[in-house]
Design a protein around this ligand. Structure first.
Ligand code: SF4
Ligand code: SF4
Length: 325
């Protein structure tokens, strides 16, 4: 009962604030996010002159100032947030400008999303893409040069951190890089549940949190079928040298009529994977060496030469991390 009262108080605070203040995130929302440990994604496409070209509010003005006010509220309440930047015609050639801006603003958790024009409800309709794979690939390469920072990255960029996880023999957390689409629930405001926000369609509805148990939703046959979408990769992917990093990308970007075609951004991925390989390997080796030294300095015995390496590569120690010592 007390919890319900608390929720009602929050609800009335945030809804009143929304009515009286046009800024989407105000101090009450920020306090609410802090209270319930939210990690917030903030859409920001770069500095004002870039952001305001496309992100227009009902009053016809750009939303940049409101977004920055919202970010200030998040900072004031120490709510963790990531900047989500959609990459489109107006910023795809401005990697340095974007990175300089984010650095100046001290935004250190960044995600880039290539612009796709589609409706999640129209799952059978191919998206329209606003940038070419070559443009996106070049953008990622330019950003990588800044992120790399002489082998000591100090900004979190989700795409590169997921790549690095693969070099460290870990499973990436970003769905596009994984072997299977992860089990995630996307909830609509009426409680309807779907497996991915690109698939908000009756054919993919796996229940409703108001009427179905979580167990039933997670065991729904549609969810089981959905999980087979990503591993059915085209033959070209099966022989691709970057398969471990990419796993065929996102099924929503594949052409349903040509299942043997690779996903739309394939060339972008090949560009970036090729371009960064040596430097990623260097960062991964440094981290592996640090971890091994920490392990040995903690008093654990050095593995035998023919023992399986501790880093998870599956190789013998002598063929792997021993060479880093
Ligand atoms: S880079 Fe292209 S060919 Fe290689 S796995 Fe990814 S989508 Fe397939
Ligand atoms: S369909 Fe694409 S966006 Fe959706 S979970 Fe799978 S990889 Fe991620």
């Amino acid at each position: 009962m007390e919890l319900q009262k608390k929720h009602e108080t929050w609800f009335s605070r945030v809804s009143n604030a929304v009515q009286t203040n046009g800024t989407l995130i105000n101090k009450y929302w920020a306090q609410f996010f802090r209270e319930y440990d939210f990690l917030v994604g903030v859409s920001l496409d770069g500095p004002k002159e870039i952001h305001d070209k496309r992100r227009i509010r009902n009053n016809g003005r750009g939303s940049y100032d409101a977004v920055m006010r919202g970010i200030q509220h998040l900072k004031n309440e120490e709510v963790p947030f990531n900047i989500l930047t959609v990459i489109h015609e107006d910023n795809v050639h401005n990697a340095k400008e974007l990175m300089d801006f984010y650095r100046k603003q001290e935004f250190t958790y960044l995600q880039f999303i290539p612009c796709m024009d589609f409706r999640s409800q129209e799952v059978n309709k191919a998206p329209q893409y606003h940038i070419t794979p070559e443009e996106y690939g070049q953008f990622l390469c330019d950003v990588f040069d800044i992120w790399y920072n002489d082998g000591n990255p100090n900004i979190s960029i989700r795409f590169f951190e997921n790549m690095l996880a693969v070099y460290l023999h870990q499973t990436p957390e970003l769905c596009q890089h994984r072997e299977y689409c992860p089990t995630t629930l996307v909830l609509e405001q009426n409680g309807d549940a779907f497996p991915c926000d690109f698939y908000i369609h009756e054919d993919y509805k796996i229940g409703n949190v108001g009427t179905d148990s979580l167990e039933d939703i997670l065991n729904h046959p549609i969810l089981q079928n959905f999980s087979k979408l990503k591993p059915s990769i085209p033959e070209k992917c099966q022989t691709c040298p970057f398969l471990k990093l990419c796993n065929g990308g996102c099924p929503r970007n594949r052409d349903r009529k040509n299942p043997q075609e690779t996903e739309y951004f394939c060339e972008a991925y090949k560009m970036i994977y090729q371009y960064v390989d040596k430097r990623m390997q260097m960062i991964a080796n440094r981290i592996k060496k640090e971890q091994l030294l920490h392990y040995l300095n903690s008093g654990y015995p050095k593995p035998e030469r023919n023992q399986r390496c501790l880093c998870g590569s599956g190789k013998k120690f002598k063929k792997c991390c021993q060479q880093l010592l």
